[in-house]
Design a protein around this ligand. Structure first.
Ligand code: NAP
Length: 310
């Protein structure tokens, strides 16, 4: 069996996944940089080639059972083991609950929660048999604190947090550890990729939306320049939140910072008898996590309202 550790990273085309794949490969992990659209692999493949890194790009759409199964099976067939899985693929669906369709909500869960679950379930038999493995789930500060305008995104990240905490008990006897990475605002493509209600672009979803009369929809949140357009009953709340959110993005850490924390977390977990680890990334996330820990519910409500809705 191969001695070199084998790592799999989902959503490696850009941002945190891109930087994590490169950093792991630079540190000697044989890294499968998976992405749903391998046409986006040029940049990472060029760097890997120039630096002679142990990195391979593999196709994996975490929304798709067959795609996840095929990718993981290919790795197991070739390397006979998987040591590390980084569940990073995800996107943000923002907006007010009343404005978001069930189809949009299901799609958000499909990627952010079921995508991670799919990948975990595919690697577990191998990790259990080899009696070691590390699962790294990239959640968010939105997995710790409920914030306005992100109710569905927050729900997916809370769910992944709960799943991670829970499975750490059943996986402990098999030497499988779970790491939660909880970033605050990070400067990636996450923001331009945020979906708002009625912006679903999946071909499979279009027939479901075809008959909807868009002109009757009240949703038209400000888009990145946060000029208010009061077409939703909730525009005031959403637009005020977005003005703070986009402002925070201007000084946000780069994804390399998250990748560095992931590498450090891996090293710490490998040398620790513990089973569950948690890393908060970014000063904003640390402030909110502390507030959640130390404040009463009503104090926290005031704190978040003052920070994000004034
Ligand atoms: N940036 C932030 O402020 C922030 C904060 C906290 C947590 N996070 C979390 O960090 C993770 C990475 O986000 P990021 O900031 O690096 O954003 P990003 O640059 O937009 O990267 C997201 C990645 O996920 C991929 N992806 C989306 N849907 C997928 C699917 N069905 N199958 C496979 N890959 C898929 C994207 O692929 P395509 O290129 O094909 O779209 C892209 O590679 C996400 O889980 C996000 O929730 C981000």
């Amino acid at each position: 069996m191969e001695k070199q550790s084998i790592a799999v990273v989902t959503g490696s085309s850009t941002g945190i996944g891109f930087e994590t794949s490169l950093l792991l490969a630079r540190n000697g992990f044989y890294t499968y940089a998976t992405m749903r659209d391998t046409f986006k692999s040029d940049k990472i493949e060029k760097i890997a080639y120039e630096e002679n890194l142990p990195l391979e790009v593999l196709s994996m759409d975490v929304d798709n059972d067959d795609s996840v199964r095929n990718a993981i099976q290919k790795i197991i067939d070739k390397k006979k083991k998987i040591d590390i899985l980084v569940n990073n693929a995800g996107y943000g669906l923002f907006g007010a609950l009343e404005d978001i369709s069930i189809e949009e909500i299901k799609k958000q869960f499909e990627t952010n929660l079921f995508g991670a679950i799919r990948a975990i379930k595919e690697v577990l038999p191998t990790m259990r048999e080899q009696k070691n493995g590390i699962l790294i789930n990239v959640t968010s500060i939105a997995g710790i604190v409920g914030v306005p305008a992100e109710c569905i995104y927050v729900s997916t990240k809370f769910a992944l947090e709960g799943l991670s905490e829970s499975i750490s008990y059943e996986l402990q006897p098999y030497g499988i550890k779970v790491i939660l990475i909880e970033p605050g605002v990070i400067n990636t493509n996450f923001v331009p990729n945020i979906k708002f209600p009625n912006q679903i672009d999946d071909k499979l979803q279009k027939p479901l939306l075809k008959d909807e009369k868009k002109e009757e929809s009240k949703v038209n949140y400000a888009n990145n320049d946060f000029k208010t357009n009061n077409s939703s009953y909730y525009s005031n709340t959403i637009d005020t939140f977005l003005s703070h959110y986009y402002a925070a993005m201007k000084n946000a850490p780069l994804p390399k910072e998250v990748a560095t924390v992931i590498l450090e977390a891996l090293k710490n977990a490998s040398n620790s008898p513990e089973s569950l680890f948690r890393y908060i990334v970014g000063e904003d996330a640390k402030t909110f996590a502390q507030a959640k820990k130390n404040m009463s519910d009503s104090q926290l409500y005031e704190f978040i309202s003052n920070k994000l809705l004034k």
